[in-house]
Design a binder for this molecule. Structure first.
Ligand SMILES: NC(=O)c1ccc[n+]([C@@H]2O[C@H](COP(=O)([O-])OP(=O)(O)OC[C@H]3O[C@@H](n4cnc5c(N)ncnc54)[C@H](O)[C@@H]3O)[C@@H](O)[C@H]2O)c1
Length: 335
């Protein structure tokens, strides 16, 4: 198949591009190369004759139209993804996450071809849940500009399914971790801060619960849903591995031979969701798989950051201003 992947130079996208090339498909990767996009993530794929990179913006209709016309399947991962940045300013989240999916849907509609769109969404669209799990039929209740833009993006894609008969499926994946994640998200941020000899800033009481999904499991599930998912349906992708943030942090600290003295509690994130949890029965009906164990996955991820300083050092430098501004608002201590 000819598959158009957007955001392939990011964290999940780069693992997905590699997986899909291994399956023997041809991939065009459309990526704007924002601060989160990194050509290094796919250096090993550049010699593959089935792979082509196009630098461009998914919200730019002129860029998107010809690429969509040539594709049999589109997997849209391109997005602004950091909740903290969306709390700072959400303009670019609306432009990329909402106008981007609109441009893709419009291009599919205008092509008159039967092209499937898999919209990569997130479990954050449901908002927080104290007990139990969200099903795909539960209502959206996003609580950050990031999750609101992702909820809007999914609704936009499904509106084209209902109104214009587009073949659309979506995935709502859990909190993802693994190698190549930009060092602003919890696990790589904390690992690289410890590497620098700093304390790790932990929001609130550290008892917020996240369900952790390894990036390879996330990529495998996206691929299977793209191939076998029922048109018009959303599919949750749980990690089946809930942890309080404090437990994850203690595990990271242990791997650095450090303890509680390396935690700096900071004022809680605005509107910080307490717990995310989704049910995976619909996914299990098309794809059953054994997930990477969290202990193994986390140890390998931390080891990857320890061994790939060349990869993360320039990224960390690039986002230093944001971190300084953000964390100085939350704590009296300097980073
Ligand atoms: N990371 C998670 O925990 C998680 C969980 C569930 C769902 N998701 C979703 O998965 C997708 C990928 O997430 P990620 O963590 O890999 O993100 P990321 O921030 O690592 O990568 C995003 C990629 O999109 C590209 N991009 C951004 N704006 C673009 C634009 N306008 N046009 C083209 N490319 C653009 C960036 O350059 C980058 O390569 C996102 O849609 C995200 O919402 C992520």
């Amino acid at each position: 198949m000819n598959i158009l992947i957007t955001g392939g130079c990011g964290f999940i996208g780069s693992h997905l591009v590699r997986l899909i090339l291994e399956k023997g498909h041809e991939v065009v990767n459309l990526d704007k190369l924002t601060y989160a996009g990194n050509l290094e993530n796919l250096r090993d794929c550049e010699k593959n004759s089935g792979y082509r990179f196009v630098k461009g913006d998914i919200s730019d209709q002129e860029t998107v139209f010809p690429l969509v016309e040539d594709a049999e399947l589109i997997i849209n991962l391109a997005a602004e993804t950091h909740v903290d940045r969306s709390l700072d300013s959400a303009d670019v989240f609306l432009k990329t996450n909402l106008f981007g999916v609109y441009a893709i849907c419009n291009a599919i509609k205008n092509s008159g071809k039967k092209i499937r769109l898999l919209q990569v969404s997130t479990d954050e669209v449901y908002g927080s849940i104290e007990h139990g799990v969200f099903k795909e039929t539960d209502r959206f209740s996003p609580t950050s500009p990031y999750s609101a833009s992702k909820a809007g993006a999914e609704l936009m894609a499904f509106s084209f399914h209902h109104a214009h008969g587009l073949d659309v499926v979506s995935t709502r994946g859990a909190n993802t971790y693994g190698p190549n994640q930009f060092p602003e998200k919890l696990i790589p941020f904390f690992a690289t801060e410890l590497f620098e000899g700093r304390k790790v800033p932990l929001y609130g009481d550290g008892k917020n619960v996240r369900d952790w999904l390894h990036v390879l499991d996330h990529a495998r599930a996206i691929y299977e849903i793209a191939m076998k998912g029922e048109s018009g349906k959303a599919y949750n992708i749980p990690g089946l591995n809930e942890r309080q943030n404090i437990d994850v942090v203690r595990k990271i600290l242990k791997s650095f031979g450090k303890g509680e003295e390396s935690i700096q509690y900071v004022k809680d994130r605005a509107g910080h969701d307490r717990r995310y949890a989704v049910e995976g029965k619909r996914l299990e009906s098309i794809f059953e798989f054994e997930r990477v164990s969290f202990e193994k996955g986390l140890a390998e991820t931390v080891a990857w950051y320890k061994n790939n300083e060349k990869w993360w050092r320039p990224l960390k430098k690039e986002s230093e201003d944001f971190f300084k501004r953000h964390y100085s608002k939350l704590s009296s201590n300097e980073r």
